[in-house]
Design a protein around this ligand. Structure first.
Ligand code: KG4
Ligand code: ZN
Length: 351
């Protein structure tokens, strides 16, 4: 085994859904950031087909990792560790990246670091601001989760509230389908919403989930009912107005609860992560609300909000510095629960 170093060279690999991604970091410096996506093929099916995703990963992973090393100008022998998503996600898809990473780590005699995909989304902010350190409050909004988390220290975080039914991104995808927009729905709803002129009344999101929990099923059903009723009656309606009204209702609540969470925990720094954080309207609203409250906001670049390997390498760095490494027997996990309401130690997978 190599001796540990302060600014390790870490290769990150991500394959939990339809993106095959690899990135290399040295400390927090991003040296390369590669991605191959099967999203275009998946779009034809209106969602992710696990079998297609696994096959695409198997075809791409070797080339994507080689490209990441080449573009970073790094030989694989120079790497200090390999960080890889071991869950949550599609099992077959995860196994491709995980098996590849194990082979790499074993062959090079360097540590394997299994990363929880959600912790990766949280770590994306570290790449944006090299001075960022806990404590900070994070708004997490992806296809699988909506949550507010408080990171007290590198190895200690607390979930203030989370997803009760549909996650925010899932609601965007389902509403997009009703509006005949392609998968994934978020970016298409955002684009259509820009043409919206009149806001339609939507159920107040706060009713659905009290405290810091989030419920999107009521809002989703209201949109579906609105569209279906209009269509059944043969009445005209504006799809752009629907997209815009949904977007406001779905995202304003995220901003409100984030600010409440910062006030309650006393956090002076707010970060965010997950695909929904790529939304321009949400980014503007968060920036305005944080500025008004005198909070520092660290938003990952849009490409580091949606799935990528740079964030997996970044969380790998956190675990590396804690000395949390994973055994080669580490298995893929389809789901990893977010521990609510209590301090959760951030342990390396399988330790
Ligand atoms: O984090 P992510 O890439 O994958 C998961 O870990 O789930 O998030 C994907 C989700 C999808 O539901 C997608 O529709 C949503 O993020 N998303 C957006 C935007 N871009 C992606 N939602 C709203 N606005 C966007 N611009
Ligand atoms: Zn994700």
């Amino acid at each position: 085994m190599k001796k540990t170093t302060d600014s390790p060279l870490i290769l990150g690999i991500e394959s939990s859904c339809d993106e095959t991604a690899a990135a290399v970091i040295r400390g927090r410096q991003l040296l390369s950031d590669e991605i191959a996506s099967s999203a275009a093929t998946q779009a034809k099916y209106g969602g992710v087909v696990p079998e297609i995703a696994s096959r695409a990963h198997a075809q791409e992973v070797d080339e994507v990792v080689s490209r990441a090393l080449r573009n970073a100008n790094v030989r694989k022998e120079e790497l200090d560790a390999v960080a890889v998503t071991y869950g949550a996600g599609l099992l077959g898809a995860l196994l491709v990246g995980l098996s590849f990473a194990k082979g790499f780590a074993y062959g090079l005699g360097i540590p394997l670091i299994g990363v929880d995909h959600i912790r990766g989304h949280l770590a994306a902010a570290y790449l944006e601001d090299e001075t960022l350190e806990p404590p900070f409050l994070t708004l997490l909004a992806s296809g699988g989760h909506t949550a507010i988390l408080y990171t007290e220290a590198a190895d200690k975080f607390r979930v203030l509230g989370g997803t009760l039914d549909d996650a925010a991104g899932e609601a965007f995808d389902k509403v997009a389908r009703v509006l005949s927009l392609p998968y994934p729905g978020g970016p298409h709803i955002e684009a259509l919403a820009r043409e919206g002129k009149n806001l339609i009344s939507m159920p107040k999101m706060l009713k659905g989930g009290g405290g810091y929990d989030f419920s999107y099923s009521g809002l989703k059903t209201a949109v579906i009912n609105y569209v279906h009723t209009k269509e059944q009656k043969g009445e005209e309606y504006s799809r752009a107005d629907v997209a815009c009204s949904f977007q406001h209702a779905a995202l304003d609540v995220l901003v409100k609860k984030t600010i409440e969470g910062a006030n309650e925990t006393g956090a002076r720094v707010v970060t965010a992560g997950g695909g929904v954080i790529a939304n321009g309207y949400l980014r503007e609203r968060l920036a305005a609300a944080c500025a008004q409250q005198g909070l520092k906001l660290v938003l990952p670049a849009k490409k580091h909000c949606t799935d990528n390997a740079a964030m997996i390498a970044a969380e790998g760095l956190v675990q590396y510095r804690l000395g949390h490494f994973s055994p080669l027997s580490l298995n893929a996990q389809a789901s990893i629960p977010l521990v609510r309401g209590q301090a959760a130690p951030s342990r390396g997978a399988g330790m």
